[in-house]
Write a protein that binds this ligand. Structure first.
Ligand code: NDP
Length: 252
């Protein structure tokens, strides 16, 4: 096992949103294991504290931040606290998101609005507020989109709209900041076995996801964390722009 102080990310500071479960939790652990100091943000602080205990016990440095990223004030606090704690921000992982699947005709207006607020508007605002720190650090932005940002399926119109939005946003930002040596990586996972499906409001869509999970071997959160770690550990001349990563069993 690599010691934290000599890992590939030693001296780096990372902020991971949605770190209380799934992909964000695994990513925070992987970045810490690679030597980064990691700020972990989400609403469920009990889960964040349990993660922080594990990272701390393994010798890593971690900062727990309670944040609802749909609130601009929480975004500001999250970034200010990270920068105040360690004096810099090198790696931003925009991971927090929800997938409130439903055929549009049965969708609730508040779910469509919430997915835009969380998956897209919050991600853009976090990136905007973090940009001065990332430019100063010649840092790295990692945006978690989805296969649903590349393939639009029935029942996912609202979710796909937000994830396609993340794809467009990421590419435009990459072209705005590459000259500042800030790198942008878009991560597009297929089916990952996490709590994401727990919040699906539509019974038919929820059952459909369960069926897909039974029918294939989904990815583990650690598989996506490994892809993110790969991207952010490359030499500064290497800008891994996009990683589309499906379970072997997933067709589309
Ligand atoms: P989880 O449900 O396990 O994780 C979602 C995370 O987002 C949680 O940590 C949750 O924390 C956080 N979150 C939700 N709402 C808010 C909020 N308002 N403010 C701050 N944090 C919030 O699912 P995944 O790990 O699967 O999802 C992570 C990302 O990966 C999402 O963007 C998702 O769209 C994407 N993705 C997932 C795939 C999958 O198959 N699982 C496939 C492709 C992409 P808390 O509730 O404590 O606030």
């Amino acid at each position: 096992m690599t010691s934290h102080s000599s890992g590939p990310l030693a001296g780096k500071v990372a902020l991971v949103t949605g770190a209380s479960s799934g992909i964000g939790e695994a990513t925070a652990a992987a970045l810490a294991q690679a030597g980064a100091k990691v700020a972990v943000a989400a609403r469920r602080t009990d889960r964040l504290k349990a993660l922080a205990d594990r990272i701390g016990a393994a010798g890593g440095e971690v900062l727990v931040i309670e944040a609802d990223v749909t609130h601009d004030a929480d975004i500001k606090t999250m970034i200010d606290r990270t920068a105040a704690q360690w004096g810099q921000l090198d790696i931003l992982v925009n991971n927090a998101g929800q997938m409130l699947l439903s055929p549009l005709a049965e969708a609730r207006a508040q779910d469509l609005r919430h997915m835009v607020d969380l998956n897209l508007t919050a991600l853009m605002e976090i990136t905007r507020q973090a940009l001065p720190h990332l430019k100063a650090a010649k840092g790295h932005i990692v945006n978690v989109s989805s296969v649903a940002g590349r393939v639009a399926n029935p029942g996912s119109s609202g979710y796909a709209a937000t994830k396609f939005g993340v794809v467009g946003f990421s590419e435009a930002v990459r072209r705005e900041v590459y000259a500042d040596k800030v790198r942008v990586t878009l991560i597009e996972p297929g089916l990952v076995l996490t709590e994401l499906g727990d919040h699906i409001p539509n019974a038919g869509m929820k059952a459909g996801l369960e069926k897909r999970k039974q029918a294939m071997e989904g990815l583990e959160s650690e598989d996506i964390a490994a892809a993110i770690l790969y991207a952010v550990s490359q030499h500064p001349r290497v800008n891994v722009n996009e990683i589309l990563i499906r379970p072997t069993d997933q067709e589309r």
